[in-house]
Design a protein around this ligand. Sequence first.
Ligand SMILES: C[S@@+](CC[C@H](N)C(=O)[O-])C[C@H]1O[C@@H](n2cnc3c(N)ncnc32)[C@H](O)[C@@H]1O
Length: 290
Amino acid sequence: MAGVAKTWTVLELLRWTTQHFAERGIETPRLDAECLLASALGCDRLGLYVNYDRPVDEAERARFRELVRERATDRVPVALLVGEREFWSLPLRVTRDVLVPRPDTETLVAAALDAFPDREAELAVLDVGTGSGAIALAIARERPKARVTATDVSPAALAVARENAARLGLEDRVHFAEGSLFEPVADRRFALVVSNPPYVAERDAASLPPELAHEPRTALFGGPDGTDVLRAFASQVRDALEPDGAVFVELDPAQAETVSAWLAAAGLQEIATHRDMTGRVRAVGARRRD
Ligand SMILES: C[S@@+](CC[C@H](N)C(=O)[O-])C[C@H]1O[C@@H](n2cnc3c(N)ncnc32)[C@H](O)[C@@H]1O
């Protein structure tokens, strides 16, 4: 692509880049090429489809070339290159200070909403480890009378989450607090507690996709076997729940049995697993019934 004295069209650039990404082992080469070209041209993907024959000028190509290099060579995730990721149909700003929200986490949001089906309920909700604010903001959007508290140990992540709340007009009902686990909300009780804590095993670090190197370590790793934060969360969550309150926590399928046992040991009941559309366990839920 570089240095070739010819006019490139949108379609030609997409074809070239898709092949380049495929050769470099990128999992979704066409989709990534489209997202990056749309970003370089300042349009959305639909804008590409209706402009396949549009010539791309040198300044636009220079912007695109740099994005393609960062994706193919440095393996920077597309969401971080374009600065945005959609979660639960909400456009969220993302930076290197937060985990890029994953579709997997929508399983947890769906399970939590199912447990509180009344859209008008005035729920007190807690999201522990909010990152970009993804879970807290999705629940606030779906339950317009809920008051949501979202915590994180990372002040930089909280700044991104605050910005997302403001962009979505949810800042009046979603409040943020810095600190570990339940420390920022000591003595408070919630109808619903949700969390997607760091649960990747440090011992697996060497075999992880290179893209993960661009996300914060505190967002990913939960100690040697991944369960350090899960264990502390499970042992403390009961005291943060109102009577009949519910908790949903995301985890790796291999951790579901262990975490279920910890929740039971902490005095919670109605422990259940929640699966994604492929049948993979993505979350465990429980209720306080005493
Ligand atoms: C896997 S990310 C989840 C981010 C977001 N909730 C999502 O689902 O996209 C985990 C988040 O938990 C935060 N975190 C890590 N340890 C924590 C702790 N002990 N207490 C509170 N938050 C913590 C990290 O900073 C990170 O933002």
